[in-house]
Structures are given as structure tokens and as C-alpha cells.
Design a protein around this ligand. Structure first.
Ligand code: SF4
Ligand code: WCC
Ligand code: FE2
Length: 639
């Protein structure tokens, strides 16, 4: 490898990559290099492994075989695999959601003593939205009914009854459109199972029908994300603006550093709670600064937006905190966790702890986390970190002295509350006024991952700067949010430096009236990946206020470094909701013109949303800005 700067635009990651190189420790980047060249059939989606007669490969240039052994053509093969990706993504998000819903149920049954409803107001708001009676009723009865209603979205067998969360949350015209096209799922689990079933050998071989089925499971994914976000808010609190820090410099030399990595807040939130109780034990072990909890990836985002826990890093650089020699434990729950972590940790004292029965890694210590014993389990985990701290090798400690301030916690409620300081009676009106007068041209939601195919974080930064300069309001979730936090783009200075004049004036007016003593940050951190549902809530509120559909709004989404199946499914429901959605990673569908057409032009005709595949950040920004202008034209508000 020649230059670590080509791997990442994050200076702290670059520093640690040099350490990895010097110590001959493999990282995602070195493994990426070893994987080159990657298979052209897989890249274009033209390899099928769905049955044991395969793998079958379609010659992309038309010279060799054009059909798999069963007779499937390129379009069927590409569509089937794409649908399977969506199903896997939906399964992941909604399994997370189910976990939270079951915790709510068990809480209402009196089985969980370490959890409570921290945000009663939020609980009541969502209960009402879902049709649960709240007046004069005991809180736990409401919790029970809300949990039951939520779990019904995993159990309902009436195909014509759409999932409750979607039905209660999307604008009426969108629901109508999706319902007419048969895209409203009745049951999350069934939608996943049906996707697997129809893509089995010898089942659905019509690419159009397959992709429509894919959109149905994508909407099931959105249902799972919505319920995960909203119930987590009720349990752990709805995020409010909070000032914290980000990047590897948040690791403290004189503390027991415990990283939480993964997605589900059920464990990490409790770890944050009990850390203070064990501070004295950490100090007694020689860590004069006590216990320092830091976040990685989306568990990191969850505790960052709710409690201001510093975020060490996002997905692609998750191995690097170990290389500082000062990370004492990394606690893992589910999703986007590299199986390499125990291998990297072998060279250090860091304890890698898996906690979910269904997500173990060979070489890690498994500590089965049970909600009924949450505090007890969390204490054992933190004590493992304190024990590991005693085995540190002080000579190997190198913590990059790099941190950035990050103002985070912009839930939909927090954004509306900030706007309410300008117009209490009608909080959305100032936003609408500024969109109409052109101070804000539109809104972009950045979501999705890191991908070794791109220099880490760089496309996020370039596109956001380019759009912000053109007065586009920037929202972010997941690893996108991590990228912006690390790069110092969630600060007031970033607003002063990068926002166009119109956007700057609006962010300043809102920030000042909301008591921030300056503008809102340039990029608003909405939370984890399931919290993309927060952006849908904001879009829905705007659409409802204007009496239009989401597809009419000057709103675009972007995943410049998309990587996971979860990112594929998020992008797919964004399209289904009518949102022009940029992908900076070329998806494995380019082997089929038919499928490529379906997710671009056909989707646009049917749903208003479509994918924009563009790997060049500047061109991507231009295309998204053009999509925003088109929407403004449609609303008759061109300025
Ligand atoms: Fe080949 Fe058809 Fe089997 Fe796929 S399902 S591996 S195309 S025979
Ligand atoms: Ni969501 Fe992508 Fe990060 Fe994982 S955490 S890597 S799906 S963006
Ligand atoms: Fe995530």
C-alpha cells in the first residue's frame, strides 16, 4: 500500500492505518486490496448461486451463455438477487425492531426491572397515532397495547390489512398509491418470507413482478425501522440537541475505555447508566479518569444522540480503536460488526465481547445479554473491561490527538421544537416559508455506510458541502452521520463556513431563537440507520402541511458509500416513497438493463422516486440539486 490517505479522508483513521501497516495488522483496507480484482460477474449481478446446479454466470457481453442451467435469464437472475438483498436488509432492521417491541411487552408484564418508559410524552403520542386509547389509562396498559399492536405487524395473516405503523405514519396520498400498487405489506415477517420464497428456484421469474415484490418488503423494512425508532424513544428518551465530541481522540489514556458497537440500544443504554456506578472500581484499578464509554457505528449513534456519548468512529474504521492500545473492551450487539475484531484484538489487550445469541464471533468472549438481568449483565461486561485495563501495555498506546465537536440529537421532535421557538402556533410554517422563498432550496438526507470502494467519508463531505453551498438543508443518519461528526461538519463553524447565504440565515435564526447562541450545525444528526424513519416523519409532516405527497417535496436522499443489504433496502423504500435517491456505489444490477430501467425510469413513472447511480461526488450533487429544482418547479416555487 502506498498512501493511507487514499483509504480514508479521516485523519485519525489515516494515523492508525500507518500503525496497522507498521505492525502488519490486517484491516478492511488491506483485505480490500487482497480481494482485487473483484469478480465481474458478481459486480454486475450476473452470477446466480440460488441452486446447487450453479453457480451459473451470464456473459455480460452476449458472447457466452445467456441463460442459467434452469433457463433463468440475466433479468431474472439480477432481480432475484436484488430482492434477496432487500429481504435480508428488512430482516435485519425489523429483527432489531422486534427485539425492542418484545422488551416493551416484557416491561408491561413486569418482567424487566432495569427499563422504564423514560419519555412518557412520546409514548402517548405514538400510542394515540396508532389508535391506542390513552385517556385515563394506566401507563403499563398503554405500553402493553402498543407492544401488542406492534407485534401484530409481525403476525397479521390478513393480506389486505396493511402494517399498522406504516398505515399510521405515511401521508394519505402515498398510502393510496402504495396500496393501489399492492405494495403495502401486511406483515413484516411474511414479506421477508415471501421474498425468499418467490426468489427460490422455479418461482417468480418476471423481473417486474420481482422488483414490485422487493418494494413490498422494502416497505416492511420501513415499518420495522419506524417501530424500532419510536419505541426506543419511548424507552430511552427522544433525542434533543446535545454537544459532544467525535473521532478517535475521544479515547482517554487514563480511563477504562469501553466501546459499544452495533445497533441495538437495549444493552448500550444500560451500559451508559451503570458506568457511573463502577467508576470507583475503575479508579481503584488505576484509571484515574474512571470509565469512558465511547460509541462506534450505530449503537454509537443511538447513545450519542440520546446521551451525548462521544462517537469514536463509523463502520469502516471500527478495527482502528483497538490499535490505539488504549481500548479495553469492545462490546458488540448486532449488525455491521466486522468478524475480524477478535483477530485484531489478539495483538492487544482489548477484550471483544459479543452479547447476542444470534451474533457470535469465533475468538470473542460471549456474554449472553438478557434484558431481565440487564444491569447485572452490563456490570459484568464493564468489569471485564476494568480487568482488561490492568493488562494494557503502556508502550503501545498511541491515541490520535484528533477530536471534533459535534452538536447532535436532531430528532423530528427536536427540529419541530426548534422551529416552534420561531412560530409556536405553527412550527412548520417557518420551514415552509423559507423553502418557498428559496432560502432553503430543499432537503437532502444522507444515509448509508462506508465502502472500501471509495475513500472513507470523502464523498459524504464533498456532496454535503456542495449542496449546503446551494442552500440545501442537510440531514444525516447512520455512518453518514458518523462521517460528518468526525469531520467537524456538525458544528456551528461548519454552518458559518459552508452554508450558502440563505441556508445560513435560516440556520442562524432557528439556532439563535432556540437558545444555541449561534446557528444550528450544518448537518443535523438524526440518529442511527433505523432513524431514517425520522426523516420520513419530517417529510410526512411537511407533505401533510402542504397537502401534497412526499414525491412532490424538494427532498432527495443520498448513500454515497452504500454497502450493506440494509442500505439497499433503505434506498428501495426511499424510492417507493417517491424520493430521488442517489447511490455512490454501483449496485450489482448493471448486468440487467431491464432491472436498471425498473428502478430508475419505471419507478419514477409509478412512484415518483428513482435511483440516481453516480460515483462522482460533484456530478452526484448536481444531479440531486437538479432533482430538487424539478420538485420546486412542480410546486410552482421556483426562485
Ligand atoms: Fe443456475 Fe438457475 Fe440454479 Fe441460478 S437457479 S444457479 S441460474 S440453475
Ligand atoms: Ni447503517 Fe451501513 Fe453503517 Fe451499517 S451502520 S455500515 S448499514 S450505515
Ligand atoms: Fe446502522
Amino acid at each position: 500500500c502506498l498512501d493511507c490517505n487514499t483509504c480514508s479522508s479521516d485523519p485519525a483513521a489515516v494515523q492508525m492505518l500507518a500503525v496497522a501497516e507498521a505492525n502488519n495488522i490486517g484491516t478492511a483496507w488491506s483485505r480490500h486490496a487482497q480481494q482485487q480484482p473483484q469478480c465481474g460477474f458478481g459486480t454486475t449481478g450476473l452470477c446466480c448461486r440460488i441452486c446447487l446446479k450453479g453457480p451459473c454466470r451470464i456473459d455480460p457481453f452476449g458472447q457466452g451463455p445467456q441463460f442459467g442451467i434452469c433457463g433463468a435469464d440475466r433479468d431474472t437472475i439480477v432481480a432475484r438477487h436484488l430482492v434477496r438483498m432487500m429481504a435480508a436488509g428488512a430482516a435485519a432492521h425489523s429483527e432489531h425492531g422486534r427485539h425492542i417491541a418484545l422488551a416493551m411487552l416484557h416491561l408491561s408484564q413486569g418482567h424487566l426491572h432495569d427499563y422504564s418508559i423514560r419519555d412518557e410524552e412520546k409514548l402517548l403520542v405514538v400510542a394515540k397515532r396508532l389508535g391506542v386509547a390513552t385517556e385515563g389509562r394506566d401507563l403499563m396498559t398503554i405500553v402493553r397495547e402498543l407492544a401488542d399492536l406492534t407485534l401484530h405487524d409481525f403476525q397479521n395473516q390478513n393480506y389486505d390489512e396493511p402494517c399498522h405503523w406504516l398505515a399510521a405514519s405515511l401521508p394519505a396520498p402515498r398510502l393510496k398509491k402504495l396500496g393501489d400498487l399492492g405494495l403495502l405489506p401486511h406483515n413484516i415477517d411474511a414479506a421477508v418470507a415471501q421474498s425468499m420464497s418467490r426468489t427460490h428456484l422455479g418461482c417468480d421469474a418476471d423481473p417486474t413482478n420481482l422488483i414490485l415484490g422487493g418494494l413490498r418488503v422494502a416497505l416492511a423494512d420501513l415499518d420495522g425501522e419506524m417501530l424500532a425508532t419510536e419505541l426506543s424513544d419511548a424507552l430511552f428518551g427522544t433525542p434533543k440537541p446535545i454537544v459532544t465530541t467525535s473521532n478517535l481522540g475521544v479515547i482517554k489514556r487514563d480511563a477504562v475505555n469501553v466501546a459499544v458497537n452495533g445497533h441495538n440500544p437495549l444493552l448500550s443504554d444500560i451500559i451508559c447508566d451503570i458506568a457511573a456506578d463502577l467508576n470507583d472500581e475503575a479508579i481503584a484499578a488505576g484509571a484515574k479518569d474512571g470509565i469512558n464509554i465511547i460509541g462506534i457505528c450505530c449503537t454509537g449513534n443511538e447513545v450519542m444522540v440520546r446521551h451525548g456519548i462521544p462517537l469514536a468512529t463509523n463502520y469502516l474504521s471500527q478495527e482502528l480503536p483497538i490499535l490505539t492500545g488504549a481500548l479495553d473492551a469492545m462490546v458488540l450487539d448486532v449488525q455491521c460488526i466486522m468478524p475480524s475484531l477478535p483477530r485484531v484484538a489478539e495483538c492487544f489487550h482489548t477484550k471483544i465481547i459479543t452479547t447476542d445469541k444470534q451474533n457470535k464471533i469465533a475468538g470473542a468472549t460471549h456474554m449472553d445479554f438478557q434484558e431481565a438481568k440487564a444491569s447485572e449483565n452490563a456490570k459484568s461486561i464493564v468489569r471485564m473491561a476494568i480487568e482488561a485495563f490492568k493488562h494494557r501495555d503502556p508502550r503501545r498506546i498511541q491515541i490520535p490527538n484528533i477530536t471534533q465537536q459535534a452538536i447532535v440529537g436532531f430528532s423530528t421532535e427536536a427540529i419541530v421544537a426548534a422551529l416552534a421557538t420561531i412560530n409556536a402556533a405553527d412550527p412548520l410554517q417557518p420551514l415552509v416559508d423559507n423553502i418557498v422563498n428559496g432560502n432553503i432550496q430543499g432537503v437532502v438526507l444522507f444515509a448509508g455506510c462506508n465502502n472500501t470502494k471509495t475513500q472513507q467519508d470523502s464523498a459524504y463531505i464533498a456532496i454535503a458541502r456542495s449542496l449546503a453551498k446551494r442552500n440545501v438543508l442537510v440531514l444525516a443518519t447512520g455512518c453518514a452521520a458518523g462521517a460528518y461528526a468526525k469531520a467537524g461538519m456538525m458544528t456551528q463553524d461548519a454552518t458559518r463556513q459552508y452554508a450558502g447565504e440563505g441556508l445560513k440565515s435560516v440556520l442562524t435564526a432557528i439556532g439563535e431563537s432556540a437558545g444555541l447562541g449561534g446557528p444550528l450545525p450544518l448537518v443535523l444528526h438524526m440518529g442511527s440507520c433505523v432513524d431514517n424513519s425520522r426523516a420520513v416523519a419530517l417529510a410526512t409532516a411537511l407533505a401533510n402541511k402542504l397537502g401534497v405527497d412526499i414525491s412532490d417535496l424538494p427532498l432527495v436522499a443520498s448513500a454515497p458509500e452504500a454497502m450493506t443489504e440494509k442500505a439497499v433496502v433503505i434506498g428501495s423504500w426511499a424510492v417507493a416513497l417517491g424520493i430521488p435517491t442517489h447511490l455512490g456505489t454501483v449496485p450489482p444490477i448493471v448486468g440487467s438493463d431491464v432491472v436498471s430501467q425498473l428502478v430508475t425510469t419505471t419507478a419514477r413513472d409509478l412512484l415518483g422516486g428513482y435511483f440516481i447511480v453516480e460515483t462522482d461526488p460533484e456530478l452526484a450533487a448536481d444531479k440531486m440539486f437538479a432533482a430538487i429544482q424539478e420538485r420546486r418547479d412542480g410546486l410552482g416555487i421556483q426562485t
